[in-house]
Design a binder for this molecule. Sequence first.
Ligand SMILES: *Cc1c(COP(=O)(O)O)cnc(C)c1O
Length: 479
Amino acid sequence: MSPLSHGTSQQQPDEPALAVNPFSGQANPVSGMTEDPPKHRLAERPLAPDTAYQVVRDELMLDGNARLNLATFVTTWMEPQAGRLMGESRDKNIIDKDEYPRTAELERRCVAMLADLWNAPDPSQVVGCSTTGSSEACMLAGLAMKRRWTQRNADRYPGSARPNLVLGINAQVCWEKFCNYWEVEARQLPMEGDRFHLDPHEAVELCDENTIGVVGILGSTFDGSYEPIAQLCAALDAYQERTGIDIPVHVDGASGAMIAPFLDPDLQWDFRLPRVASINTSGHKYGLVYPGVGWALWRDKAALPEDLIFRVNYLGGDMPTFALNFSRPGSQVIAQYYTFLRLGREGFRAVQQATRDVAMSLARKVEDMGDFTLLTRGDQLPVFAFTTADHVTSYDVFDISRRMRETGWLVPAYTFPPNRQDLAVMRVVCRNGFTRDLADLFAQDLARLLPELRDQPHPMVRDHQAGTGFHHSENRAER
Ligand SMILES: *Cc1c(COP(=O)(O)O)cnc(C)c1O
C-alpha cells in the first residue's frame, strides 16, 4: 500500500487460521499464534517481542539487497563502530540543544569542517545546519534565495512580480518540489544534443530581474557529470555588468561536494567563487553516513536572511536554527562527525579515489563489451551512464535492467528529459562498499546476458515503467 493511499483500499479479509508451527508458536503464550496477526488494522492483543521481530524481519527478506543496489547514491555500508555509535545515540533528538549540548556541538563542528573543506574565505562567517538530507537543505537554500529576492523587491511583491529559479532540466526532483511548494516559477533549461546539463550562457538568457538564483549541480544525477559552476558564475558576472542585476548561485553538491574537495581540489566550484552564496550536500551520499543527514551552508549572514531564523533554548541562552522539521534523530549527525574524525582528509581522499577507480574501470569494461556507448566514464562523480550502441536493435536498456535483477543487481534504466526523451540509458552508481570484486561480478553477469539478449527478436519490455521497477518520478531513476 502506498503511504498516501487510503487505509482500506487494498485491504484483504484476514485469512483463515492455519495449523500452528510449533517452532514459531510454542514460545508465545501471549498471542498463542493461532492466527496470523492482521496486517491492516491493529490486533486486539500484543505479540511477544521475539514473534513480532521475526514476523517483520521475515517480511523484509524480500527487499532487494542494499549493497547490490546500484540505483542509489545513498550509503549502504558503514563500519560496525559507526553502527554501534548510532544505536547508542538513537534516543537523542537533535532539536533538544539544551538537553544534548554535546550533540549540538558536534553539529557545529561538522558545519565548521565543511566550511573549511569548501574553501570559505572566512569560515567564522559561514552559517549552516544539518538537515534530513539534501532535499530539505535545498528547500532551505531556495527559501533563503527567495526571501532575499522578496526583500529587494518589496515594492513589487506580492503584486506584479513573480519569482523564478533558473536551473537545468536535469535538476533533482527536490527542486521541482521547492518551486511547486513555494510558488516559484521553475525555468528549466532543456537538454540539447550531447549536452546533458546546464549551459552557462543559455542559463543566463533565462534570467531576469525576477530570478531569485541559479542552481548549479555538482554533479548531475542523470549521468554523474559536473555542471560548469565557475563558467556559470563568470556568465552571471558579465550579466550583472550589463544589467546591474546581481543573481546568486546555489550549488547543489548533494554528491559532488563530498567528492570534488578530495579528488578535484583545483576545480573551482565552491566558496572560492564569490557568487556562490550557498552549498548543500547529502551526508548520507558520499559523506558516507547511513540515511538521513544533509547539510546546508551559506557563505555569510547576508546570504541567509535573519528573519528565517528561529531560536531554541541552548545552555541558558538561545541557539539559532533553520529547519523544516522540529524533531529529528541526532544519531546521523553524530555518525557524520565520527566519519570526519575517523577518515580525515587523507582517509576521505583514499575512499573516494578507490570508488572512482572502480567506476572508471567498470565503465571501460562495459565499453569494451562492444554493445554500448558511454555517456560518462565515472571520472567526475563515480557514476557512469551508458546506452545501447546504434547497431544494437534486438534489446534495450530496459531489458538489461530487468534481466540483471535475476542475478540480484538493481540497476535502473530510464529515458532522459526534454529534449532528449529519445535517449534511454542505464546508470551505475558506484559507492564505498561496491568493491572491485563486486564490480567484476557485475561485469561478468552483464557479459553473460549479452548472447541471449542479442538473440531476441526485438526489445522485450513494452511497459518501461513496469520493467525497471523504479518509479520515483515519471519513470526516472532515483535522482
Ligand atoms: C540526491 C540528490 C538530491 C536529494 O537529496 P536527498 O539527500 O536524497 O534528499 C538533491 N540533489 C541532487 C543533485 C541529488 O543527487
